[in-house]
Design a protein around this ligand. Structure first.
Ligand code: CA
Length: 704
């Protein structure tokens, strides 16, 4: 029925505009029918949300205004759908013709009724649990695309699927990885670009070489592949752009570590200019003197690439962080819009990458229009508008001694979607001030299959070392930024924890963002005034969407804590109090309170380790190995992974089988027999027993 109403509306528009398109026949089409004409005419269907960011520009803005700054305080619970998972949920659903399509953990796809929250179908790619070991930042997915009756989604283990939007049946699937023995993953959303669907990958922390691949929408046949960094120059270049890029690398670079540059999130297709914009990631390893000892810009790390989607050729590129040394990815969400700058209308591209500068580029030419700091930045003084390059400060290099630097590797902004509201002219950024100590690893040794950053970082203590940065400013904040004036307009500090939700903005003069404390907060878009708060019982990271069904406006958001900080549940957060049951929660005017999950029992005491004999000569070795192979997940505090100071007697008994032989692979704990010897696992175990004993004794002393 909704499709019929839509059809009628488009026929009327077609009559008025004199252009008749495919849309006129929409009632003949199957479910999930989105095409270029429908996207172009999105103004005719304000209640739809047709891409991850609603429109072609990925603005995360909706023209709906039924829910607005006058009635926002009546917003309440409509329905919830349980995903049956307990990991990070990061995707923004697509809403088309009554159905919400969204990805969850591992790349599982859900089709859900937008009015009732009832499941229509699900598709589980059945990713082997051991693949979790390859994911730096949780088994997440940032979304999917819906196109001409099909759903395009990727699994964590690198398969791209074309599914029937009506029932989730597989139409085709391809393996997008060039090498399945190295830790590639996919956490990003595939994007439709012309006749192709394009997908990138993740893994630069571990040692991979980034690339994006385009496949024919109909058949899944590979159209082209663009490597984001060159390979060993002794071998032939896969495409001409790499010859140019290789001149910005030391010929003796660590090609065996892959170089990085993975395109793990931002990709936006511009149908007007027929260009695909791809944001690329950090270097692998992080430390440039290890990666490319002779220096250089190291193209195309931390860059925005404009690619012709028909043939995969590069139109232009802009590098945000030349010679990346800090995990400053430029994979953060990109928004396309038109802005009037210096009296001239420009087609622009906007990005707030990790490095702390907000970029406005002319998306036709790649010309830099502005680059100003949107958060605290101490690695560079400014961006030179003539060369387009940042002026990097000496204190940003940590080869000889550790340094306290802003932003941290988490960035001044990460994957959480920002939103652009054309009415206020403002971009709303889920931003962070997170000082970090960067430290180079001594005697960097590449070990295939695990973290190979070559550096590590820890939260910094604020000292005079980082200038006039005010310690009270550390933490997450929501920022309203004027992209024309390149200046902040309003901001709200969100607390000490840095990771909060992505943002939605609407014509109802609203900005909506959820937080780690479980509150979904509604702000006035123009002033930033808080209009309403709803306790959801979930630490939310995803961005909400909004849509109408049967004339009623809904707001919905994926609720599930995870991502990079999954090993740590923030103090005072909803995940600490209520746990992490994955849900899609919908809200509407007049809805009541959200049914809250049951509160968790308090964490029990650390048990006395059953084993007291520890090989003291193994402890140092064990600690080193633990940090390298285990510590990335097992932070041994209250978090999403087991605290190994609280191992059960069963785990003590089966320790070797679990760690070496993958006894708990189904739970995401892969075996490490390819990396660790039996003796090394004994060393790790000895270290953990020692750690448990120390913690146990400390706890007993406090209790007594
Ligand atoms: Ca990274």
């Amino acid at each position: 029925m909704h499709r019929f109403v839509f059809c009628l509306a488009t026929v009327m528009v077609a009559l008025i505009t004199g252009s008749c398109s495919e849309q006129a026949n929409i009632s003949d089409k199957t479910a999930g029918w989105i095409d270029h004409d429908r996207l172009k005419n999105l103004a005719n269907e304000p209640g739809s949300w047709l891409t991850g960011g609603r429109d072609s520009g990925q603005t995360h803005y909706s023209p709906l205004e039924q829910i607005n700054d006058k009635n926002a305080e009546q917003l309440g619970f409509a329905w919830q759908y349980f995903t049956d998972t307990h990991r990070g949920l990061e995707a923004t659903p697509i809403f088309v013709d009554g159905v919400l399509y969204v990805t969850g953990n591992w790349g599982i796809v859900f089709a859900i009724d937008g009015k009732t929250g009832e499941e229509i179908w699900t598709f589980d790619p059945e990713v082997p649990g051991k693949w979790a070991r390859n994911a730096c930042c949780d088994v997440v997915s940032r979304g999917l695309s819906v196109w001409k009756g099909r759903v395009y989604a990727a699994s964590l283990d690198g398969r791209l699927f074309s599914l029937d939007a009506a029932n989730g049946n597989v139409i085709w699937q391809v393996d997008t990885f060039t090498d399945r023995t190295i830790p590639y993953t996919i956490t990003g959303a595939p994007r439709i670009a012309g006749k192709n669907v394009v997908i990138g990958n993740s893994g630069a922390e571990y040692g991979v070489r980034g690339y994006v691949t385009a496949y024919d929408l109909e058949t899944g046949k590979q159209s082209w592949r663009f490597y984001t960094v060159p390979g060993d120059p002794k071998k032939p270049f896969e495409h001409p752009e790499l010859e140019m890029a290789s001149k910005t690398w030391d010929p003796n670079s660590r090609w065996d570590v892959g170089g990085g540059g993975t395109a793990w999130d931002a990709m936006v297709y511009d149908p007007e200019l027929n260009l695909l914009y791809v944001g690329t990631g950090n270097g692998s390893p992080w430390v440039q003197t290890e990666r490319s000892p002779g220096g250089g810009d190291n193209l195309f790390l931390s860059s925005i690439l404009a690619i012709n989607p028909d043939n995969g050729r590069l139109a232009w590129h802009y590098q945000t962080t030349p010679g990346d040394n800090w995990d400053y990815t430029a994979t953060q969400p990109i928004i396309l819009t038109d802005l009037t700058i210096d009296g001239k209308k420009r087609k622009v591209l906007m990005q707030a990458p990790k490095n702390g500068f907000f970029y406005v580029l002319d998306r036709e030419s790649g010309e830099l229009l502005s680059a100003e700091k949107y958060a605290a930045v101490t690695w560079a003084s400014h961006v030179d508008m003539t060369t387009g390059k940042p002026q990097v400060l000496a204190q940003a290099y940590y080869d000889d001694e550790q340094k306290l630097i802003l932003p941290s590797p988490a960035g001044a902004h990460n994957w959480q979607p920002m939103a652009y509201n054309p009415n206020t002219g403002l971009v709303y950024i889920p931003a962070m001030n997170d000082p970090a100590i960067f430290k180079k690893r001594e005697n960097f040794e590449f070990i295939k299959g695990i973290n190979n950053q070559g550096a590590h970082f820890s939260e910094g203590t604020i000292t005079s070392e980082i200038g006039d940065f005010d310690a009270g400013e550390a933490g997450g904040f929501l920022l309203a930024w004027d992209p024309v004036k390149a200046a902040p307009v309003w901001r709200h500090r969100l607390g000490d924890f840095i990771f909060h939700g992505g943002v939605l903005t609407t014509a109802g003069n609203l900005v909506i963002q959820a937080r780690d404390d479980g509150l979904l907060v509604v702000y006035a878009a123009d002033t930033g005034q808080v209009l309403h708060k709803i306790q959801t019982g979930s630490s939310i990271l995803a961005a909400p969407l909004t849509y109408t069904m049967d004339g009623e406006q809904y707001i919905a958001v994926m609720a599930g804590y995870g991502g990079g900080p999954f090993g740590y549940f923030p103090v005072g957060s909803a995940v600490e109090k209520y746990g992490n049951e994955g849900r899609l929660i919908a809200f509407k005017i007049g809805g009541g309170a959200v049914p809250l999950p049951e509160e968790l029992d308090p964490l029990g005491p650390i048990p006395e380790p059953p084993v007291q004999i520890v090989r003291k000569d193994f402890l140092d070795e064990g600690e080193k190995l633990f940090v390298k192979a285990c510590g990335e997940c097992h932070w041994n505090i209250n978090g999403g992974y087991p605290d190994l100071r609280r191992m059960s007697p069963e785990v003590h008994t089966a320790f070797k089988d679990i760690v070496l032989h993958g006894q708990r692979e189904d739970l995401g704990m892969a075996g490490f027999a390819d990396i660790l010897s039996e003796e090394q696992v004994e060393a790790i175990y000895s270290y953990l027993i020692e750690l448990s004993n120390i913690s146990y004794k400390k706890q007993q002393a406090t209790t007594d």
